[in-house]
Design a protein around this ligand. Structure first.
Ligand SMILES: [Zn+2]
Length: 50
């Protein structure tokens, strides 16, 4: 028997990978951003123009 927790899969809008997130997680309107990408974005703060 396998224990299934209340999780679901969401696709990160940045890296496009599937991540399992808590079922009750609220997604921002812009879509799910995984912890990995959100920390990346944070360090990027206000960069220069590309
Ligand atoms: Zn990501």
């Amino acid at each position: 028997m396998k224990r299934e927790r209340s999780v679901r899969y969401e696709i990160c809008v940045i890296c496009g990978k599937e991540w399992n997130v808590p079922k009750d997680l609220r997604l921002p309107p812009s879509g799910y951003i995984c912890p990995h990408c959100s920390s990346k974005e944070r360090s990027r703060d206000r960069g220069g123009a590309t």
